[in-house]
Write a protein that binds this ligand. Structure first.
Ligand SMILES: Nc1ncnc2c1ncn2[C@@H]1O[C@H](COP(=O)(O)OP(=O)(O)OP(=O)(O)O)[C@@H](O)[C@H]1O
Length: 559
């Protein structure tokens, strides 16, 4: 073994030689190191591996790996070489196959040419002496150069026979296809008949469903209306404005009661709802929402604010930009309900007018000064020449209302320099067309901010102001008379006693619902007016306007 080992101090060469003789170089080296110590280590000049056994092991493993990789590489190279040889073979085979295909193609073309010629000959032969026995009809003899050898003729006749057989097969197959086609046509006819039956059935079902929908929709409206009737066609709410400056003469023991303290005695009033000074605009609107639904269902509905000047009518009805009142909230709700009813297309038209000194003024007209006449058509009262604008969004409506507000006559009185001395009316006509049931509905929403209800004596008005106050007084008195007549079921209801009641007639007769807000001030100085307003409010409660039916017409015959 010692002779076989190379005379070298190179680590790689030594380990390779040891491995060749199946020795583990590490073991040998560790034995040598134990015997010869530093002297042997130094003899391997610059070979750091001997200083650290871990490094040596690492190196050994790496070398092993490199060997394995080299082996694998050699195997791969061999494989690639084999593959390359195979490719070469395949390429050659491909070339020779291409050559064969080319020559076969050439032969096919040649055979096709020959076949064409044979077919020509067959047709010539069929016309010739083999088929025609009448010598007179024989064609001119074929020139000798075209005559075929007998064996060729025999083979051609065989081909002709085969073609004939093919023809027969073809006829049979065509016949089969034709019968199959007619069977399928029959099936198709039957399917079409079934489809027509199905279509008729579906149309009938659709009609039945439409009629059912129509009935259900009407039933819903009537039920909803019955519910409203049970609550009262006229709902009266009382709202007290806040006033921190003065002494309050009012108490609010519950949400439907208000107490007035007068000279130590207490007068109690109850309403459908009482809103204390702390109530928000949102609270105030909550109970008004149901009548907006009725308007969309085809009823005439109205919301009125009644009270002395400065008691909060305009605040309740119009509100402010940040805290919108009943008007804007009603319109929002109305648009929302219309939008939610997907099968019904609604058209909304708005108009705005004021009644001042018993004259009607169009607030949306370019000629604001023009006075308009009221006309009665059946149960309807219309304002001849009143401007109506179609609206679709809240923004449209707000824009119109701002314009109307600008045009409104605002006069001052002794009690409130900014108070309005006219009745303001915003009217929305809502017409709907149900695309499923074909039912059309027409409802109106009248929002009315009445002029101050204070007595003339209190206003100390003179001149023009006195005329205004008298007109307001007259119309509000008429309103009271109408309510009294309705309450007592009087034969005659004096709607025509004032422009206000005349205009409100459709909203205060059989086909209608109303909400009245009685607004009061808590100030003890206004006690007299507060009592008047509360008395007016309680007097109009529980009034039945008559048997209510929605204004709907069907454009289709219901089944
Ligand atoms: N509930 C309330 N909360 C806060 N402020 C209110 C409320 N009610 C009324 N006000 C305020 O009181 C003042 C008078 O109210 P408003 O103009 O609504 O009275 P009015 O009854 O409409 O008077 P007029 O008959 O003159 O139109 C306004 O400044 C208004 O903002």
């Amino acid at each position: 073994m010692q002779n076989a080992l190379p005379a070298t101090t190179d680590y790689k060469e030594v380990t390779a030689a040891l491995r060749q003789y199946n020795y583990d170089p590490d073991e040998v080296i560790s034995v040598f190191l134990a015997i010869f110590g530093d002297s042997l280590e130094n003899s391997f000049q610059g070979q750091q591996y001997f200083e650290d056994p871990l490094l040596k092991r690492d190196l050994w493993e790496k070398e092993r790996k490199i060997e394995c990789l080299q082996h694998a590489l050699q195997e791969k190279e061999k494989e690639i070489k084999n593959f390359y040889v195979k490719c070469k073979h395949l390429q050659e085979e491909n070339h020779s196959l291409n050559r064969i295909i080319d020559s076969l193609n050439a032969r096919v073309i040649k055979l096709e040419d020959e076949h064409e010629k044979d077919l020509d000959i067959i047709s010539t032969l069929q016309k010739g002496p083999f088929i025609h026995h009448n010598p007179a009809s024989l064609p001119a003899p074929i020139p000798p150069k075209h005559l075929l050898e007998p064996h060729k003729v025999t083979s051609l006749l065989r081909v002709a026979r085969e073609l004939n057989i093919c023809n027969q097969h073809l006829k049979v197959s065509i016949g089969r296809h034709l019968s199959d086609l007619s069977r399928r046509m029959n099936d198709l006819g039957n399917t079409v008949l079934k489809m027509k039956d199905f279509e008729l059935g579906a149309a009938k079902e659709t009609e039945e469903l439409r009629a059912l929908y129509q009935r259900e929709a009407l039933e819903r409206k009537l039920l909803y209306n019955q519910l409203q009737e049970l609550r009262g066609n006229i709902r009266v709410f009382c709202r007290c404005r806040p006033d921190t400056q003065s002494q309050s003469c009012l108490d609010f023991p519950s949400d439907d009661e208000i107490h007035v303290n007068q000279n130590g005695s207490r007068k109690k009033f109850s309403f459908d709802k009482v809103f204390s000074p702390q109530s928000t605009q949102e609270d105030v609107f909550t109970d008004t929402l149901p009548i907006i639904t009725s308007c969309v269902d085809g009823y005439n509905v109205s919301i009125l604010a009644y009270g002395q000047t400065g008691s909060g009518k305009t605040y309740t009805m119009m509100g402010t930009q940040e805290k919108p009142g009943v008007n804007i909230r009603s319109i929002r709700a109305l648009l929302h309900i219309c939008h939610e009813r997907e099968t019904i297309r609604y058209t909304i038209k708005i108009s705005m007018l004021e009644i001042y000194n018993e004259t009607v003024k169009d607030l949306l007209s370019k000629n604001i000064g023009d006075l308009l006449d009221l006309r009665t058509q059946g149960k309807n009262v219309t304002v001849h020449g009143l401007t109506e604008t179609e609206v679709a969004t809240e923004a449209d409506i707000r824009e119109i209302m701002t314009l109307g507000e600008k045009n409104r006559t605002v006069a001052s009185t002794k009690m409130n320099t900014e108070s309005s001395r006219s009745h303001l009316m915003v009217m929305l006509r809502v017409s709907g067309m149900d695309s499923i049931s074909g039912v059309a509905s027409f409802g109106t929403l009248t929002l009315c901010d009445l002029a101050g209800s204070e007595r003339i004596s209190k206003t100390e008005a003179t001149g023009q102001r006195l005329v205004e106050a008298a007109a307001i007084n007259k119309s509000l008195t008429s309103l009271g008379q109408v309510f009294t007549a309705l309450k007592t079921n009087a034969l005659h209801v004096p709607y025509r006693n004032s422009k206000l009641t005349h205009l409100l007639q459709p909203s205060l007769s059989g086909n209608a619902k109303a909400c009245v807000f009685v607004t009061v001030s808590p100030d003890v100085k206004n006690l007299g007016e507060t009592l008047n307003s509360l008395l007016f409010g309680s007097s109009i409660q529980q009034i039945a306007l008559g048997k209510v039916a929605p204004q709907i017409t069907s454009t289709r015959a219901a089944k």
